[in-house]
Design a binder for this molecule. Structure first.
Ligand SMILES: Nc1ncnc2c1ncn2[C@@H]1O[C@H](COP(=O)(O)OP(=O)(O)OP(=O)(O)O)[C@@H](O)[C@H]1O
Length: 289
């Protein structure tokens, strides 16, 4: 995927299997979100194609979702003025067959499908721990709940593969723990999961394998332990400098907040690696640039 002279993502091969969580890491601007945007049809790759489960996918989000890939966004994208239940129901409509005419006429088929959609949406809200919030407007939910609601909506599409873009950004430690438990639960249900995160402690605790991207290329892929101790990964994040030893503690997840990097990022700055997951405020780059 090129933007002018910049190759944001080169050839990246990523294998992920049912019941597995793969982490996608890399410094700011490495191409992680662009990779998700290419996979999910928000960007049309300038070269190459996306193959999923043996099928070439057209760059059409609806077709991608129907093929079994769904995602959440770095910047939460809920329907703010719809209830939690309605937000999840929307995710389910890619699996229903009622067309515009049946919807207007509200015949028996429409009513049956609508009741099933509602029941499944309720199940999913319970599944992600939002039972009791179904009638709350999405915009009134606490931040951590909104992130979980996005996951419920992604699950409503009946995916085989779920892509989570910084699912714990902006969360406090308790919310991060709940998110971790939820992602484990999703994995244990047999889905494949790919997670982008800057919080290294979270990623190394969560993932079976980790792929580190740098400048759009796969730098290292391996188990969390292999990636964590790979000098190329450490260098990609922090470079080599006088303060290297101090920074290495962060890569090991032993220091402070257990994340890699130096300096938090202000919206639109797009520059330094974020220091922790508490910022969670990014320029909107989920395909809207
Ligand atoms: N729509 C776009 N137009 C121009 N350049 C873009 C566009 N989207 C991404 N880029 C550029 O592509 C590169 C990869 O960006 P991307 O957002 O994918 O990185 P990232 O690894 O997700 O970063 P972060 O960790 O900050 O979220 C960056 O240099 C970015 O500025």
């Amino acid at each position: 995927m090129r933007f002018g002279g910049l190759t944001a993502v080169g050839a990246v091969d990523l294998d992920v299997y049912p019941g597995e969580i793969v982490g996608l890491i890399g410094p700011n601007g490495a191409g992680k979100t662009t990779f998700f945007n290419c996979l999910t049809g928000l960007y049309q790759p300038t070269e190459g194609e996306v193959t999923f489960a043996g099928t070439i996918l057209p760059p059409r989000p609806r077709r991608v979702v129907q093929a079994g890939m769904s995602r959440t966004f770095q910047n939460i994208r809920l329907f703010a003025n719809m209830t939690a239940l309605e937000n999840v129901m929307v995710g389910r409509y890619c699996r229903t067959s009622s067309g515009p005419l049946t919807s207007i006429l509200r015949g028996p088929k429409y009513r049956r499908e609508e009741a099933e959609t509602r029941a499944r949406a309720q199940e999913l809200l319970d599944y992600v721990g939002l039972g009791g919030y179904e009638e709350h407007l999405a915009r009134n939910l606490p931040y951590g709940h909104q992130r979980r609601l996005e996951i419920a909506r992604a699950l409503a599409t009946e995916p085989k593969l779920v892509l989570l873009d910084e699912p714990t950004a902006g969360m406090n430690p308790q919310e991060t723990k709940e998110a971790t438990d939820l992602i484990f639960k999703i994995r244990d249900s047999g889905l494949a999961v790919v997670v982008i995160e800057h919080d290294m402690r979270f990623i190394f605790r969560l993932c079976n394998r980790v792929l580190c991207l740098v400048r759009g290329k796969a730098l290292v892929e391996g188990t969390p332990a292999e990636v964590q101790s790979d000098p190329r990964v450490i260098e990609a994040y922090i470079g080599t400098g006088d303060d290297e030893e101090e920074d290495l503690e962060s890569v090991d997840g032993d220091a402070g907040n257990g994340v890699v990097g130096g300096g938090s990022r202000e919206p639109g700055s797009g520059g330094s690696t974020r220091l922790d997951g508490s910022e969670g405020r990014h320029e909107d780059k989920d395909g809207d640039r």
